[in-house]
Design a protein around this ligand. Structure first.
Ligand code: MOS
Length: 701
């Protein structure tokens, strides 16, 4: 497989050509069934009951009256639920015990699941759940995140908590220009279209789960450990998924459905209501970030410090590694990054699209803009002057780093050269106009996966891989990659995904899905072609080859592997109402070889729109009770069509030199830097620096 290193990809094949989703017709005609829609005979329905207090203990649950209600089959709670194992190490470390429902009487936060009412119909289950009386002994709670909390502690997540080199105080003192600012981002929620939904049942001694998740073998492994089952005794399927964004791993709905199906010995479905998702689906923690930058008169960084604090629950430590972005983007003689957490009486946060990079890039890239102003430099010039040769913290070479090319192409297409750098000088009636830019990066990793590729006797091919298409177009991307690897056309390739019986595969997460699966599918296809070349004929059952990329990935050279991007935004700020309109956004990315321009653009534009949402709209607010108010899509504002005017995403040629297809991944980078570009544009329009998101009208006025 060859790719050009400059200009357009030269090889003719399916990869790189626009292809509509292979399951698109099924989706728009309703033939594609989502987890909560699939019919089962004898199906029972569970409805979760969430705590109405923020902290305390369950004193009593009045199950009697509810068990007498029509259709009610059982009420599961800590007094009767099966015990599960939580002391294990799963694919992503120790599990969040939040998923291990009904194991004790403690309530560690508002919206904690305290019971599951199971009935013949969802309506009966819900009515009974709402009638269930639970008595609590309440305890005082603490839900206020604050930058000065003495109980904040440095926290290792998937990366070290603290990195440091050089003498920060000395370099700051020697700097001609210093920026020392605090940024805040609010609690944000995934708000994917399809709520979490799972149906569990036993089939001949085997546990079956029909679910909506980001990795069937991931959830299979977690359930097997939690219920002390052999992995082969658990099968998880997840065929169509209406969005995940990091939230669709192992959660209470699957575990409670398995418990109820085990107790009743019939299929049980549990679906989260939209309001329940605000408590049970995870969320992005609010952050308090401090950025200190020191630069020479010519804008070269001498000092860079990026600290971030996020909240976690008292039952699980989740780190939103916002300071991590500084470890990739810019170097300085003195360089310090630190991720801190503080446990509060709140639900456990989790991964949400570009965890770390999304809030981290807001703070760092807004601070860079402030530094550019102080240095009297164009913000793009400032960034280009500070392009590092190697990883600022790791010292490793970059596999490729095409950030400068993104800025050059973006500046040209956006018309950056015509920009008057002075803030507050462009006016159009009552609107002040401004433009802003920001850099983006996101890791380009791959996870070990296995794939099965079969040559059928009729000359077609079947691919089986436990991939998850959470809306990204992964199924289609795998089809294109397989077609090229098999030297055939996409219409001769059938791809089956979302079934743990296909063997271990990486998750749809960390922007690694398509790359991980493509690697495994490509490896199996290559071996299959060799077998076919022997010309021995294809038996009726076909010829199947299985690949496993574990070894290939383990032998990859250590490098800094990332996608990069340049974000541009033009805003208009209404000086009488405080309304901000994002008139135009352009993102130019260096994100590896693009497998399918149609769906890749969907991902990038979707991320950028989320950036609009993050900059201007999204904010979950807890009141003094510790609960969220407005915990639904009426109270929690996301950008809608009316908020989205012109958003364009494109890319420069940037094949990953170490990936068989050249892929890096495009799932998350679209949101990175997007909020900063908008925030920097708001400064350019108004002359006011906003350091707290979202930039609501009342904050503008
Ligand atoms: Mo993404 S937050 O890795 O699903």
């Amino acid at each position: 497989m060859t790719t050009a290193t400059t200009g357009r990809t030269t090889r003719k094949g399916a990869v790189g050509t626009a292809h509509t989703r292979v399951e698109g017709r099924d989706k728009v005609t309703g033939a594609a069934r989502y987890a909560g829609d699939i019919p089962f005979a004898d199906l029972a329905h569970g409805w979760l009951v969430l705590s109405s207090v923020t902290r305390g203990r369950i004193r009593a649950i009045e199950t009697g009256p509810v068990l007498d209600m029509p259709g009610v089959l059982t009420v599961l709670h800590h007094g009767n639920a099966p015990r599960v194992e939580t002391d294990y190490v799963g694919m992503l470390g120790a599990p969040d015990p939040t998923a291990a429902v009904f194991q004790h009487d403690r309530v560690p936060h508002a919206g904690w699941p305290v019971a599951l009412v199971v009935a013949e119909t969802p309506e009966q289950a819900r009515e009974a759940a709402e009638a269930l009386v639970v008595h609590y002994d309440t305890e005082p709670h603490d839900t206020a995140l604050d930058g000065d909390r003495p109980d904040a502690r440095p926290a290792d997540g998937h990366m070290p908590a603290v990195t440091e080199k050089g003498d920060l105080a000395a370099e700051l003192a020697a700097s001609a220009h210093v920026v020392d600012v605090e940024y805040r981002t609010p609690e944000e929620h995934h708000s994917m279209m399809e709520p979490h939904a799972a149906t569990a049942y036993w089939d001949g001694g085997r546990l079956e789960l029909v679910d909506s998740n980001q990795g069937t073998t991931w959830v299979q492994g977690e359930l097997a450990k939690m219920f002390s089952l052999d992995e082969s005794a658990v099968r998880v399927r997840s065929e169509h998924i209406g969005g995940g964004f990091g939230s669709k791993g192992l959660r209470v709905h699957q575990v409670s459905a398995v418990m109820a199906a085990t107790m009743l010995q019939r299929p049980v479905r549990v679906v989260l209501a939209r309001r329940q998702m605000f408590s049970l689906a995870g969320y992005r923690s609010p952050t308090v970030q401090r950025v200190r930058l020191g630069a020479d008169a010519d804008g070269r960084l001498r000092a860079l410090e990026h600290r971030s604090l996020n909240q976690t629950s008292t039952v699980y430590q989740f780190v939103e590694p916002s300071a991590g972005v500084a470890r990739v983007m810019y170097d300085a003689a003195a360089h310090r990054t630190a991720n801190h957490v503080v446990p509060l009486d709140v639900p456990s946060p989790t991964w949400m699209r570009a965890p770390g990079e999304a809030p981290g890039s807001f703070a760092l890239e807004a601070a860079l803009d402030e530094l550019a102003e102080k240095c009297g430099l164009d913000p793009i010039d400032l960034r280009l002057r500070n392009e590092p040769e190697t990883g600022p913290v790791s010292g490793l070479p970059f596999s490729s780093r095409n950030l400068a090319a993104c800025f050059r192409e973006g500046a040209r297409r956006f018309g950056w050269a015509d920009r008057d750098p002075r803030p507050g000088v462009r006016r159009e009636g009552r609107w002040l106009l401004g433009t802003g830019t920001a850099a983006a990066s996101f890791g380009a990793g791959a996870l070990p996966s296995t794939a099965l590729v079969t040559a059928e006797p009729d000359g077609t091919f079947t691919v089986r891989i436990a991939a998850a298409d959470i809306g990204t177009g992964a199924r289609t991307a795998i089809t294109l990659v397989a077609a090229d690897a098999l030297a055939t056309t996409p219409d001769r390739v059938r791809v089956h995904i979302g079934d743990s019986d296909f063997g271990p595969a990486g998750i749809a997460g960390g922007s690694m899905g398509t790359r991980s699966w493509a690697w495994a599918v490509g490896a199996a296809a290559a071996e299959l072609r060799e077998r076919l070349a022997l010309g021995t004929g294809i038996p009726p059952e076909g010829i199947t080859v299985r690949s496993d990329t574990t070894e290939a990935l383990a032998s990859l050279a250590q490098k800094e592997r990332h996608s990069f991007g340049a974000q541009f935004a033009e805003v208009a700020v209404d000086t009488t109402t405080g309304e901000i309109r994002v008139r135009r956004m352009l993102g130019i990315f260096a994100a590896g070889r693009i497998v399918n321009p149609l769906t890749a653009r969907n991902q990038l534009v979707g991320g950028m729109i989320w950036g609009i949402s993050m900059a201007l709209h999204e904010e979950a607010v807890r009141d003094h009770t510790g609960g969220l108010y407005g915990a639904d899509l009426a109270g929690y504002h996301v950008a809608t069509n009316a908020d989205v005017l012109r958003v364009e995403a494109d890319w420069v040629d940037d094949p990953d030199p170490d990936d068989p297809v050249g892929i890096k991944g495009v799932g998350e980078i679209g949101i990175v830097g997007a909020a900063a570009a908008i925030t920097n544009a708001v400064w350019h329009a108004t002359g006011v620096r906003h350091r707290t998101l979202p930039i609501r009208p009342d904050r503008v006025l």
